[in-house]
Design a binder for this molecule. Structure first.
Ligand code: TMP
Length: 237
């Protein structure tokens, strides 16, 4: 597959055209940002890990009946994906209180919920990805009620699949962010990535953070944490 013109450069990935109008190439960088790009850094080897991990998890989700944009891993950092129009919603599923949930509602990190929560942010860097509810999404014409229903159904199914898989790896899935896209025929598929950049992953025994919070909070051992979760994942495939 021929890599064509660069279409877009995001904080962690670049996207390229291909000779097929329905397919794109995603190229994962080692760049890391936090707090809407205010904090910048590099996590050496992150692009390789996030590419591989996201692809392995998406293939697993496909087997469980969740449609994704994944087509084929092309190299250590590059993946062929279906072209989608991204639904401008960041979907966050939480199993355990942490991060902005703990801060917003005054709940200690680590409090386990009776059932998972879902929230939506309007994907808009200029506005700082504000939290919205589904009625705001309809008013802003970000998605239709049918699309939001599909996105919610897929998101909770993805949570069950990923929670069970990470548990086998000795890792607790605390929370994560998903993005969905529309294919040419209008159907909704999981897009973007699933990685330690977009999930909170805690060692099930020690509670040690094995995700991007190590970078966000200057905890050190960032590269080692990414390598450790990747090792656990590949050992349990
Ligand atoms: P939060 O607690 O900061 O709202 O984050 C919830 C989850 O979403 C956490 O797993 C990290 C992930 N996340 C992203 O993937 N991108 C973002 O821009 C933010 C703020 C969070």
């Amino acid at each position: 597959m021929q890599k064509g013109k660069q279409l877009y450069e995001g904080k962690a990935k670049r996207v390229y055209e291909t000779d097929d109008p329905e397919l794109l190439i995603v190229d994962y960088k080692d760049d890391a940002t936090a707090f809407n790009g205010l904090k910048k850094g590099t996590i050496v080897g992150k692009g390789v890990i996030n590419n591989r991990m996201s692809n392995l998890l998406m293939q697993r989700l496909e087997k469980a009946g969740i449609p994704t944009h994944f087509v084929k891993e092309l190299s250590e950092r590059e993946t062929l994906v279906k072209k989608v129009s991204i639904v401008p919603l960041e979907v966050i599923i939480r199993n355990i209180a942490a991060g902005s949930f703990s801060k917003r509602y005054g709940v200690d990190e680590g409090v386990v919920f009776a059932s998972p929560t879902i929230e939506f942010s309007y994907k808009n860097d200029d506005l700082g990805d504000p939290l919205i509810n589904e009625y705001h999404a309809y008013a802003l014409k970000l998605a239709t009620p049918e699309e939001v229903d599909t996105i919610k159904k897929y998101s909770f199914e993805i949570n069950e699949e990923l929670k069970a898989f990470w548990k086998e790896c000795g890792v607790t899935l605390v929370d994560f962010k998903l993005e969905f896209g529309r294919l040419k025929d209008g159907s909704i598929v999981l897009a973007d990535e699933i990685s330690p950049d977009t999930c909170r992953l805690w060692d099930s025994k020690t509670g040690e953070k094995l995700d991007k919070d190590r970078f966000r909070r200057d905890l050190g051992g960032v590269e080692d944490a990414y390598a450790e979760v990747m090792k656990r994942l590949t050992e349990h495939l």
